[in-house]
Design a protein around this ligand. Sequence first.
Ligand code: NAD
Length: 467
Amino acid sequence: MSIAAATGKSKKPSVQKTVSKPAGKSGTKAPETNGEVLKHPIFDELALPTDPNNLYRQTVGSMLHAADVMDLPHYLQIILAQPKNEIMVHFPVMMDDGEYRLFKGYRVQHNNALGPYKGGLRFHHDVHLDDVKSLAFLMTMKCSLVGVPYGGGKGGIKVDPHKHSKTEMERIVRRFTTAIAHNIGPDHDIPAPDVGSTAQHMAWIADTYSFLAEVGGHQPSAVITGKPVEYGGSLGREKATGQGVVDTLVEMLPELNIDIKHCKVSILGYGNVGSWSGKIIQDKGAKVVAVMDHTGGIRNEAGIDAHALAVHCKKTGGVAGFKGVTAIDKDEFYRTKVDIFIPAALEQMIKEPEAKILNCKVVAEGANAPTTPAGERILQQRGIEILPAILCNAGGVTVSYFEWVQNKTCHQWELETVDRELNKHMVQAARRVRDARKKYKCDLRTAAYIAALERLQAVYAVRGIFP
Ligand code: NAD
């Protein structure tokens, strides 16, 4: 990096939005575009992906927009626009039939200015490096915003966990742990669960790591969070992300004149985040009226029992077949009139078509990066408020932090303590976002990035860049 860059005195880049043309040739199916390319000199400077649909370009683009609004120095913009380390591993695993298969795994370490890298492990057949990079980047922003002493990381294995027996998954997870063991550690990089990975997987990772004596350290189980409670997990961790979504709504809804007790809610994805958000918001008096996951959509205007649906999903693998509801298609799901829509499935699911038909007042982003920039523009034009993911779903990493503290101090907190401390972090983060919105007169996503960037800027100011 140049001295000029390091002193932050260099040029101020500018963000421009231009409308892109569909990339396909006539007569062939054009790839779905988001209609809009976010341009920024740093994209060219760092040779970031040029495809407007690329998740990394989209997520970093939103941060760079916020960075320009707050006038963040150029040297911080380039540091934060790329991860520090991108680790990719390939490892063979014996299947139950005695044959070997080769698997691909990732660990991306985005930034550790605030503390050790922290972020989940995704087990999904469609995991790619750019997705993992985006999710690692979002973790840096989230940890900074919610005030936990971590940087950002993310990882994963290209695997469909539903297509493997328990014994195969155990060998895959343990072998992956061995492959990345020298790159993680209780004081260096602390993974956690994400889509497709479970508390059992976390237990295998902690156990495998503890056997690698040369890297194990003093509290090997603190190498990972989201563990079963029996093996160092925290009470309240399983529900933490859903709890954080609802805590954020409770804090933010009054200024939108929405009373949570009389809300109608729809939820996309009914796994960990979706089901806990549903159960907790229902317990606050709201009514869950529509849910959609990879098995289909369901609706009941009188209310779907969120607790019973969670039990059904655990048993059958999805919402399809739940009794006492009407099966609906994707279009009907998005058109269902609700106050709050909680996307809690995968990234980039709210594109232009979905944004045009969504019938809600607030989108509370439980999933990471569920709304594309083009989808977001339409929601904004339609006056729909978006509670951004780095705020809304930060409850998971916050309670992961509590789990790590408990492991490090050999202590177990009571559930009331976990919930109370989580609420404190969520409320403080929400207030910082509100303050930033007021100061910069911007949307909530930009405000959330600004609040996160302010903390990172402050730490870089005192740490400097060495050597
Ligand atoms: P999960 O695997 O428990 O659930 C994922 C859900 O998404 C399932 O209900 C699945 O059916 C649904 N889904 C998948 N593909 C779909 C499709 N094409 N259409 C509709 N639904 C589909 O995962 P999770 O842990 O609940 O994570 C969900 C999101 O929340 C992810 O973006 C994840 O990164 C984010 N997140 C999770 C946590 C956490 O603590 N688990 C924390 C922060 C953010």
